[in-house]
Write a protein that binds this ligand. Structure first.
Ligand code: FE
Ligand code: FE
Ligand code: ZN
Length: 304
């Protein structure tokens, strides 16, 4: 069975709330941030919610091994020009891994970082140094480095950069890769030839490092370096290419996560927005694209 879910919110009930939301979409996995993705303010993890979440997952055949956390994307391990910020980032990620361990979460996605005002090489070396400092043997959760669109000075937009980071991390059992179809397409890789991409990646790093894949369509042309996610079948990658990627044998055991945008009341009005995940998961499982899915999503939420 396809391991397919979406990004969900952590909310006041933390892991329990995230689990409930995932189940409401018919998902058998999910991804969450432990707080806002745009800041590093975090509440303590409440053990009561962990226990309740675990039993709810068990009852509904969600394996905790397939659930992933995502570190906030404002953390930047590539830049060391402000040492206090670099140290703060390192310590924050260490704490985030501790929170994951407490929840028995096995994998955490991390954006490698942006080489602002420095060379790519320097940025990549700073990331490696930070990773080797973070992974000091005191935690268990594995860091998955996400493939990026190459917006601005983002590191990790090419196969070579991602492989460099993985290959230079000392604690191999705690490093991995998260592919993102929108980012790969925006970085210039052809998602209609996904096996060719996997072969090229596999030449530099073992494919067993792939721990998660983000399934998103893209609002822009290939190699646009924009990073704007589109809903499934509504972008430049297209439904059938995403179906092929989703069902690739080499990634059968890898959790697939949707990070597609919420849908507005109408195509223009965005005052009220609705999560698309229940319908997108259904379409992807059935391998059948529904041209009217946006309207059906709106109608289903308006009825409630
Ligand atoms: Fe991400
Ligand atoms: Fe992503
Ligand atoms: Zn993105």
């Amino acid at each position: 069975m396809l391991i397919l879910g979406s990004h969900v919110s952590f909310g006041p009930e933390q892991l329990l709330g995230a689990t409930k939301e995932a189940l409401s979409y018919g998902a058998n996995t999910f991804m969450f941030y432990t707080g806002a993705p745009t800041n590093t303010i975090r509440k303590d993890i409440n053990n009561v919610y962990i226990e309740e979440a675990m039993s709810l997952m068990k009852d509904n055949d969600i394996l905790i091994e397939n659930v992933v956390c995502h570190a906030p994307y404002i953390v930047n391990l590539a830049n060391k020009s402000d040492l206090s910020k670099y140290d703060f980032s390192i310590n924050f990620i260490k704490k985030e891994l501790q929170r994951c361990d407490a929840m028995q979460i096995k994998q955490m996605v991390l954006h490698p970082g942006s080489a602002v005002g420095i060379s790519k090489e320097e940025g990549l070396h700073n990331i490696v140094e930070a990773l080797n400092c973070i992974l000091d043997g005191t935690t268990k959760c594995r860091i998955l480095l996400e493939t990026m669109a190459g917006k601005g000075s983002e590191c990790g937009a090419t196969i070579e950069e991602i492989a460099f980071l993985v290959n230079h991390t000392i604690r191999k059992e705690q490093i991995g890769i998260c592919l993102d179809t929108c980012h790969l397409h925006d970085a210039g890789y052809d998602m209609s030839h996904f096996d060719a991409y996997l072969d090229a990646l596999g030449n530099l790093v073992d494919l067993s490092y792939i721990g998660c894949i983000h399934i998103n369509d893209s609002k822009n042309e290939k190699a646009s370096h924009k990073d704007r996610h589109a809903n499934i079948g509504k972008g430049h990658i297209g439904f059938s290419n995403l179906i092929t990627i989703l069902n690739n044998d080499k990634l059968a055991s890898v959790p697939k996560i949707l990070e597609t945008p919420y849908i507005g009341d109408t195509d223009e009005a965005k005052e009220r927005i609705y999560p698309p995940y229940k319908y997108e998961i259904e379409m992807l499982r059935n391998k059948e694209y529904d041209e009217d899915c946006f309207q059906k999503i709106r109608d289903s939420y308006k009825k409630v």
